[in-house]
Design a binder for this molecule. Structure first.
Ligand SMILES: [Mn+2]
Length: 353
């Protein structure tokens, strides 16, 4: 069970909770969802409390407002929030596609895709970093486990013995992997591939060959770092390169839930479930769909006790760019627990099955 003194692992709230999926800066969608869940203007709803699954920020219209809102609830003891890979990127100081709202020097690049996302005021940076630096990786109680991307016993075991800030632990693992890479000669082989193909890996029109050494290097950095496993999930070398989130990728996400055999249910975010086939084919370029054919309300995995509650609201900026103002098909969702009911930001409800 959880150690209450650890910041990485914390006990999940008792009593009725509403678990909110990845918001990705879509603050208006969050407000709609909270209204449909029955929260009042002060964000109160009797004894119910909110739990956020991580990835509050990036890509969407207002990451600063989303983080400020959740932070105020957490600091008031009315919500809990997990660390997602997008928050981890901010702690690592890594400017990536969609986080220009935080890294001003990166703002409004990538063909202006994120020009509508509100930038963070300089004076608010320290507060944002202080808040996300303390977010836990795992929340658990007797009837439920929550983690942003993957429940992995080995990774959790490694982290149970760690103390100190999550970013320090992360960097410790990164440095260790860098040492292994240097000694093994992997870096030189990957560098040769980068030399010939690196410049074109952001061009969706030019399909590269499978860059095996670069892929294996990325896989090692992913799989040898338990914090990466929990926040962005296990990955393996792909059979063929595919384009996703702005670049050609050599690694596939692994459906870890097909090997999850524990009895206790797990809820995650991170992996996109598309509300309709139409919106999936419109907004992706044939990316692998880990939930193909699975209705939104369905559990998945070997024992059908893993549930992903990310309904692709992180792609809503793309809908807005092609002219949609309110008729969005991507969704933000929450699961009411223990009721086991899915509520979406358009007010629709479905019992989990
Ligand atoms: Mn994520």
């Amino acid at each position: 069970m959880v150690d209450p003194t650890s910041t990485l692992f914390q006990p999940l709230f008792d009593g009725p909770i509403d678990i909110v999926g990845d918001i990705h800066g879509e603050f208006a969608a969050l407000q709609d969802l909270l209204r449909h869940l029955g929260y009042d203007a002060e964000c109160r709803h009797g004894r119910r409390r909110l739990v956020f699954i991580g990835d509050l920020c990036d890509r969407g219209a207002d990451s600063p407002a989303t983080i400020a809102f959740v932070r105020a609830l957490v600091e008031d003891g009315r919500a809990q929030c997990l660390l997602g890979n997008h928050e981890l990127n901010l702690l690592r100081g890594v400017a990536k596609e969609g986080n220009g709202w935080f890294f001003a020097e990166n703002h409004d690049v990538h063909e202006g895709k994120y020009r509508e996302s509100r930038a963070l005021a300089e004076a608010a940076r320290a507060g944002v970093l202080a808040f996300i630096a303390r977010l836990p990786l795992v929340l658990e109680r007797a009837d439920l486990r929550l983690v942003h991307a993957a429940w992995d016993d080995a990774a959790i075991q490694l982290l149970r013995d760690c103390s100190g800030p999550v970013i320090d632990i992360y960097k410790g693992y990164s440095n260790r992997v860098a040492g292994i890479v240097k000694e093994s000669g992997m870096a030189a082989r990957a560098a040769a591939e980068w030399e010939s193909h690196g410049a074109r890996l952001r061009d969706p029109q030019t399909r590269p060959p499978l860059l095996e050494h670069l892929g294996r290097l990325d896989a090692l950095y992913q799989m040898a770092n338990p914090i990466r496993i929990l926040t962005s999930g296990p990955e393996a070398l792909s059979a063929a390169p595919f384009f996703a989130a702005g670049k050609w990728r050599m690694l596939d996400r692994v459906r870890w839930w097909d090997r999850y055999l524990d009895e206790k249910p797990v809820m995650i975010g991170h992996y996109w479930r598309w509300p309709t086939d139409a919106i999936r084919s419109e907004l992706t370029r044939g990316e692998h769909d880990l939930f193909a054919g699975l209705p939104l309300q369905c559990w998945h995995g070997a024992r059908r006790n893993v549930y992903c509650l990310d309904f692709a609201v992180g792609a809503r900026h793309k809908e807005r760019q092609r002219g949609a103002l309110t008729a969005f098909e991507t969704r933000l969702g929450a699961v009411r627990w223990p009721e086991r009911e899915l509520v979406l930001d358009d007010g629709t409800r479905r019992a989990l099955e």
